[in-house]
Structures are given as C-alpha cells and as structure tokens.
Design a protein around this ligand. Sequence first.
Ligand SMILES: [Cu+2]
Length: 156
Amino acid sequence: MRILLSLVAALFLAPCAMAHEYETGQLHIDHPWSRATPPGAPTGAVYFAIHNHGQQADRLLSADSPVAASAELHTTVNKDGMMGMRHMEQGAEIASGTELRLEPQGNHLMLVGLKQPLVAGQRFPLTLHFEKAGDVNIEVAVQDDAPDAHEHHHQH
Ligand SMILES: [Cu+2]
C-alpha cells in the first residue's frame, strides 16, 4: 500500500510541467520525456533515469504504451563506425545502488508503430514492467528539446 500511496503522491505533488519523478519501492524514476515527432513518424524514443536505492537488483523487462504498437528497450551500438540500435531482449538490469540511464545517443525505450504524433507540451502514459517492482505506470512529457540535465534535478 505504501508503494501505491507514494506513487500517487508523486503524481499530485509534481506541479512543474518540465520535471516529474516517480518513487516506487526501491526505484526512483526521474523525469520520463520524449522528443516531439513530426506527423506520420513511425517511431519515437523515451528517455529517463532509474535509480535503484534498494538492496536488491531489479530488471526493467519491457514496457508498453497506448500510443504505440510496441515499446522496445534499445541500446545504441557503434559497429565499424556505423551507429545502430540493438533490441535488449533480456531487458536491462539495475544493480543495487546504480542508475540505468536512457538518454539521447544511448539506451532508450523505442516506441515502434506510433499511433499518433507526440506533441510538445502533452503527456502520454507508459507502463514499465520490472522483474521485482512489477508494473509501474508513469507519464512521459513530450518536449521539443532535451531537458537541461543539471537543472531538472532541482526544479520543483
Ligand atoms: Cu531504437
């Protein structure tokens, strides 16, 4: 029950449109955001950081969102000078005391088969599936540009 309550509290105590975060059990999810997409774009990407401040490792297994046919965890790889993306089929482990960062040019959650354009200023729901923490519902803020990495930790 405490997990549910703290999640609800995080939703209502985040009045700032540019910065929001979620606390669920051992995991802290910082500012999920997505870049706006042009009409007809087939894919989008979601970025956020997950910090595990618990004693046990957890694993982000998969995700889904009503705005896309599927959501895949991708890592960016440089193969012979060609940038490519690889689907992390086993998900990504978040060891105790570490952070999993999804950010431009790095790991990201790819929205495949976008059903609607992602419009700056709007939000859309996303469900993260964790091995231990279970399903966590978050909202992704759509932005024109990347949030200032230094500022958004302190905005409230
Ligand atoms: Cu990708």
